[in-house]
Design a protein around this ligand. Structure first.
Ligand code: BV8
Ligand code: ZN
Length: 243
């Protein structure tokens, strides 16, 4: 079915809104050259998530898990925010109530300059002590194994939410407040298969939001949203700004 709305209709709707929430996934960073997770070139093509992104995997073989994260940190150290990240920084300045909820752990929204940001799956540039749970920023690439805590000498792990782990309660609270209180929810570059983020579109919709999807292809969110545009994030997102 053809779209009932054009991208310029959506731009007007966003510009008139007092509250906009944005949910992003790996697709927004794909335009910066960061590999996505699923799909033909995705990271999970070569690795099984439960073998690397799970607490069991880390307990079994922390060195292997750290090798994978070191490889990703090395790759990310060469990447920059793209025009989609930058356009969202501009949008934040125009909308009184604004929040980005990102599933991405790459830190690119923060380095672009987004202020009101909830990184629900954590951040690859932070580490957490498995003993005393102290969280610190860490940009060392590669991080020599075993990385240890300066407070208690415990083994450090990536500050990332793995499969089977709960999201931080404060991040969930902030996300649900932003989803339930927004006039427009913009969903950019996510396949919509990982929970709880996969259920965010219906939450916003049930609370009266106008829900927009920007993606290269149709996803499991497409049937829920009010309008879906297919294209690259770096081309579509800047069109939502004022001229
Ligand atoms: C939890 C971290 C409570 C690693 C990640 C059955 C039913 C319901 C739930 C479950 C279930 N079985 C298990 C669960 C729970 C599980 C889950 O959802 N599993 C799924 C797979 C079924 N979830 C959890 O465990 C979560 N915790 O629920 O806590 C609990 C506790 C205990 C037991 C049960 C429940 C924790 C989730 C873990 C999240 N961490 N990995 C790391 O990054 O190092 S998930 C991983 O996927 C990534 O982190 C990423 O953030 C996330 C989402 O992926 P996407 O961002 O969407 O990326 P993807 O590649 O899939 O898609 C890219 C999209 O971009 C595509 O659509 C593509 O078309 C588009 N695109 C590409 N290029 C562009 C583009 N679009 C625009 N422009 C472009 N240029
Ligand atoms: Zn410690």
């Amino acid at each position: 079915m053809p779209n009932q709305f054009t991208i310029l209709d959506v731009r007007d709707r966003i510009q008139e809104a007092r509250s906009v929430t944005v949910l992003t996934g790996a697709g927004i960073s794909a335009d910066s050259g960061v590999p996505t997770f699923r799909g033909p070139e995705g990271l999970w093509k070569n690795f099984r998530p439960e073998e690397l992104a799970s607490p069991d995997a880390f307990a079994r073989d922390p060195k292997l898990v750290w090798e994978w994260y070191n490889w990703r940190r090395e790759l990310l150290a060469t990447k920059q925010p793209n025009p989609a990240h930058d356009a969202l920084v501009q949008l934040e300045k125009q909308i009184p109530n604004f929040r980005i909820i990102t599933q991405n752990v790459d830190g690119l929204h923060a380095s672009a300059g987004t202020q009101r940001l909830t990184e629900i799956h954590g951040n690859i540039w932070k580490v957490r002590c498995t003993q005393c749970h102290n969280i610190t920023s860490n940009q060392e690439v590669p991080l020599p194994f075993p990385p240890t805590c300066t407070v208690c000498d415990g083994l450090l792990r990536p500050h990332i939410v793995w499969f089977g782990e709960s999201l931080a309660p404060e991040d969930l609270e902030q996300s649900y407040a932003a989803l339930q209180g927004c006039e427009v929810l913009l969903i950019i570059g996510t396949s919509g298969v990982v929970y709880p983020a996969a259920s965010f579109a219906p939450v916003a919709k049930d609370h009266g939001a106008f829900v927009v999807e920007l993606n290269l292809e149709t996803t499991s969110n497409s049937s829920v949203v009010d309008v879906s545009f297919q294209g690259r994030a770096k081309e579509l997102v800047p069109l939502l700004l004022k001229d």
